[in-house]
Design a protein around this ligand. Sequence first.
Ligand code: FES
Length: 390
Amino acid sequence: MSKKKFSVNGNLKDSLNTVKFLTERKQFINSAAAVLPKRTDDFGVNKVAKSLHPKEQKLIISRIEEHSNIAKSYYFKSEAAPLAYFKAGQYLTFRLEIGNSVVTRSYSIASSPASALNGEYQITVKRINDGFVSDYILDNWSVGDKVTAYAPEGNMTYNPLRDAKNIVAIAGGSGITPFLSLARAIDQGNEDCSLTLLYGCRTSDEILFKAELDSLSEKNEKINVIYVLSHSDEEGYEKGFVGADIIRKYAPEGNYSIFVCGPGGMYKFLEAELPKLEKERKYIRFEVFSSGKKTQEDAKEYSITVINRGNESVIKASSNETVLCAFERAGIEVPARCHTGECGFCRSKLVSGKVYIPEGEDRRRIADMQFNFIHPCCCYPESDLVIRIN
Ligand code: FES
C-alpha cells in the first residue's frame, strides 16, 4: 500500500500553534501560586516614576500676580501629592470645562525646576485676541480655585548631549516664560549652559518680567538679555523683529543652539530668517502653542461624524478651526497635550474625508500617514469627515 504524503499549510499550522499555546497557557494558570504577587505600586522605583509622571495633578491656585493689565501669573500648590518635577522649558497642560466644552491648553512653566521641589509652579497667561481659553482663565480663575493639570512635558529643554552649550533663545510676548525658567535655573546653578535671550515685543510696556530679567542679566555673566521692539523707537532697545542680523550681532562666539517660543507670526518670520544662519537643523528648536485657528476669508462649514467607542455623533466644524477645536466645542474629550502635532496624544483615525495640514505641522509617523491616522490638533477640515477617536 502506498503511503500518502501529508503536508500542513500555513493556516492549519497557525491554528495548531494557537491550540498548543492556549493549552500551555491554561497549564501555567493552573500551576500559578495561590497568593497574588505583591503590587508593583509598592516598589520604590515605581513610586518615583509615578511621582515624576503622574497621570494628572490636582492643583490649587495659591496666588495671582498682575502684569500691567496684559497678563497674569498664576501660582499653584498641590492639593495632595508632591508636584511632579520638570526641566526648564517644559509646559503644563490644563484640562478645563468651559460651558459645554471640554478643552486642554498648554502653558510653559515660568518658575524654576527648584520651585517644584519647594511645592510651587508658576505659569503666565497673556490676553490674546479671541483667546477662548486664555481669556476664560484671566476672567475666571481666582485664588483658592482647584484646577487639573497633567504631568509636565515638552522637549524644548537644554540637553548637553544634543544641544550646544550656548543657547540663543528667541521669545515673543508670553513666550518668554520657558526662558525665564531657564534663566532662573542657570542662576540657581541647576543648568550648565549660557543663555542669550532675544526678547521681541511690540512696545516696552509689553515686556514681561523686565526687572527680574535685567537683574539676572546684570548679576550672572551666563545670562544676557536683549529687548527688540517692533512698534516703538524708544532709546535703549533694538528695533524691528528678531531676525538673522540681530541673532548674528548678539550670538556668542562658537557654536550655539536656537530655541524659539512665541506666537505663530514670529515662527513664520523666522522660517525665512533662520536658514540665512546656515545652522544644522538639529541646533534649532521651536515651541509654538497653536490657538487652533487660521484666517480664511470665506470659511466653510462641514460636518464630522465622530465614532467614539462604537457610538456615533455628528458635530459641526469650520474650515477655519482645527478638528480638535470642533471636538472641544462639542464637548467631545480627546486626550491632547501639545496642540502642535508633536506629542501624538490626540491621534485619531480618519475613516473618510479630507483634511488640510499646514506645511511643517505634519509630525505623524510614516505608519500613521499610511493608515490614515491624523493629529486633529493640526488638521483643518476640507470636506465632511468621519473620524474614529479611539
Ligand atoms: S495634542 Fe499633541 S499631537 Fe495633538
